[in-house]
Design a protein around this ligand. Structure first.
Ligand SMILES: [Fe+2]
Ligand SMILES: [Fe+2]
Length: 264
């Protein structure tokens, strides 16, 4: 049985230090076969850069996905080309740089991972994620034994709709982007593992990873403020999901939420 940990959005220094410090031991403790993570907020809370991507890879992240913040760090649109373990959202326009998916060998099973951006309440220009899923699945079928789809979206309805749409066609549909973990992890009737949101890997004494004060204040008066990323003292947790699947068939057997608090 292969055991895959998929971590939700890594946020800021606090989130990435937690991964760098704790993932190597966690890989042993949980007998993980592979680790995937969303890194869209790893650099200063917005985007990722070349050196951080390499640090996370070195710590044991086999595949890094991104989301609506993928181009927030200057120069990453060219740096992404040299990172063969990083993919950008698959339903961005085809002229965007970066790999639309990754295929990782997990105990002999070719596991494809791709991220689809939602379209509800999202500001990024992306193609329809449902039609994109159909197209991508057809392309990936001959190349992959199992497919994991990350639905990076704001609306829970759009995420759960994607889960049902792909039930029986992929190994898992896992939500990200809201930074708030949800408790609905389950196997859908046709065998697809589903969870609405992985939660973030970052500081939880915060508002979605940002310091509480300025965010609350801006809700009160609507004035623009700098939203500083919360630091390592703010209840940092590694958050995501553990999937168990049969590498021979690519079928998911078990889905379990994962959450681990890190002492400051
Ligand atoms: Fe995020
Ligand atoms: Fe996002």
């Amino acid at each position: 049985m292969a055991r895959l940990l998929f971590l939700g959005d890594i946020v800021g220094r606090a989130g990435r230090s937690a991964v760098i410090r704790h993932l190597p031991a966690l890989r042993e403790e949980l007998e993980l076969t592979a680790v995937f993570a969303n890194g869209e907020n790893a650099a200063g809370g917005s985007g990722i850069n070349l050196s951080i991507a390499h640090e996370l890879r070195k710590a044991g992240v086999d595949a890094l996905t991104l989301g609506d913040h993928c181009w927030d760090q200057r120069g990453f649109e060219s740096d992404i080309q040299q990172l063969d373990f990083v993919c950008r959202p698959a339903n961005l326009p085809p002229t965007c740089p970066g790999r639309p998916w990754l295929i990782v060998d997990v105990a002999g099973c070719r596991v494809a991972v791709l991220t689809l951006l939602g379209t509800q309440f999202m500001k990024v220009r992306a193609d329809d994620p449902f039609r994109a899923a159909d197209r991508l699945l057809a392309e990936l079928k001959p190349q992959a034994d199992a497919i994991i789809v990350e639905i990076h979206a704001e609306a829970t309805s759009e995420k759960v709709a994607m889960g049902w749409y792909l039930d029986g066609r992929v190994a898992a549909v896992l939500g990200s982007h809201t930074h708030i973990p949800t408790a609905d992890g389950r196997l859908l009737p046709r065998g697809t593992a589903y969870l609405t949101d992985l939660g973030m890997t970052g500081p939880y004494r915060s508002i979605l990873g940002r310091e509480i004060g300025p965010v609350v204040a801006s809700f009160l008066d609507g004035m623009p403020r700098r939203f500083t990323v919360a630091d390592e003292s703010c209840d940092v947790r590694l958050c995501g999901v553990l999937l168990e699947f049969d590498p021979a068939t690519g079928r998911t057997r078990r889905i379990e939420r994962f959450e681990r608090s890190i002492a400051p």
